[in-house]
Design a protein around this ligand. Sequence first.
Ligand SMILES: Nc1ncnc2c1ncn2[C@@H]1O[C@H](COP(=O)(O)OP(=O)(O)O)[C@@H](O)[C@H]1O
Ligand SMILES: [Mg+2]
Length: 265
Amino acid sequence: MEPIVIKCGGSVMENLPKAFYQDLKTLQAEGYSPILVHGGGSAITQLLTRLDIPTNFHEGLRVTTKEILEVVKMVLIGTTNKKLVTNVIQAGIMAVGLSGIDGFFIHAVSKQAALGWVGDVVNIRSEWVQQFIENGVIPVIAPVGMDEAGNHYNINADSVAAHLAKTFCAPLIYLSDVEGILVGKDEREMVLKTLTKKEAEQMIASQRISGGMIPKIRSALECLEHGVPEVVIANGRDPQVIRHYLNGTSFGTKIILGEEAKTNV
Ligand SMILES: Nc1ncnc2c1ncn2[C@@H]1O[C@H](COP(=O)(O)OP(=O)(O)O)[C@@H](O)[C@H]1O
Ligand SMILES: [Mg+2]
């Protein structure tokens, strides 16, 4: 039983192909235990727009007022989580949805007052995840956390996925709406096969990596520094994505710590 954390970006949630769900089964057949974490960025923005509630981001994190937090919970826990659970079950695998509130599953604290109700993970009850995967059940995790006083927090799904990858020392695949880390003079036209920590820091400083890619890269580097074997950012729309992982063929952008690792791949 080999845990593998797959984070399904809110950006790509609606566009995950049938093959993705079927390949969760393939992963299980090959001895892997998928753990799913999802975002909900696009659906949250859509509902906020319909409700005429303005929304802002700071370094890829949504500034979360009390009003926005209510919408975040509605979408993440109410709609997105249940849609993903349904799709996994439809593919013939048992799945259970969990938010960080249920059973105090994700203990969170405020990240930074200026961000409002945005949380950082303090602890995740990973023993529950363990129990689910031991029973062939895929946990589907909505990134909402709670503190001891019962306050709820909006947590960037990338950091929840990273926390789980660290806990299980499991590979982590970020499925997003881009092929990987894109570079290019005028436009982002080329996909990097690998990205080192140094390159990542330079690209963030020069804003060639921006928005939602920032928390993803920061979480990825933190994972690698804690011994996570592999972190890849890839396009969730690609029906071959899980197959590539299983076949060991190169896909998306692999985040690595240093050049040394680069020569070894
Ligand atoms: N260098 C880059 N390469 C690729 N994407 C980038 C880069 N810099 C910023 N981005 C943005 O990051 C986005 C992915 O992050 P995000 O919108 O949070 O998606 P997700 O739902 O997968 O977390 C891309 O759609 C793209 O707009
Ligand atoms: Mg994101």
